[in-house]
Write a protein that binds this ligand. Structure first.
Ligand code: FES
Length: 135
């Protein structure tokens, strides 16, 4: 019997979490194969439409990652991301998508292990939840 491999779309800020993912790749610190990374210049650049589109196109879960509070290169982008995350959680609820399927995290460029742990934890959570049913 095959193990369910969740599809995760991860929006990563170029300046921090994307660098951590790049570093993970260079050091062969692998993360689950179902994680599909999309690089954005800032977590504040992730529009709610991008997240909804990811779910619509078959993602079982979505991760938004940005610079730690106070470290956003564009000053307030991660605060914008925080607000959008809260908005998205309530929007997803109306579509019957549980809040465990969307995660927001702050990951600095040097936090490769933390990034891998977040991806592993998200994948395990989604594995427990099962595939997102699309109608
Ligand atoms: Fe990284 Fe804004 S530049 S979250």
């Amino acid at each position: 019997m095959s193990v369910f491999q969740p599809d995760v779309v991860a929006f990563l800020c170029h300046w921090c979490s994307y660098e951590a993912a790049d570093s993970a790749g260079r050091s062969q610190n692998s993360y689950p194969a179902g994680v599909n990374i999309i690089r954005v210049m800032c977590s504040g650049r992730v529009d709610p439409c991008h997240v909804l589109h990811a779910f619509q196109k078959g993602a079982d879960g979505v991760v938004m990652m940005g610079c730690r509070p106070g470290e956003c290169h564009y000053k307030t982008g991660n605060i914008q991301a925080l607000k959008r995350h809260a908005l998205l959680l309530s929007m997803l609820k109306t579509f019957g998508i549980g809040e465990d399927r969307l995660r927001l995290a702050w990951v600095a460029a040097g936090e490769t292990d933390r990034l891998v742990r977040i991806f592993e934890d998200m994948t395990e959570t989604l594995r427990q939840l099962g595939p997102l049913k699309h109608s």
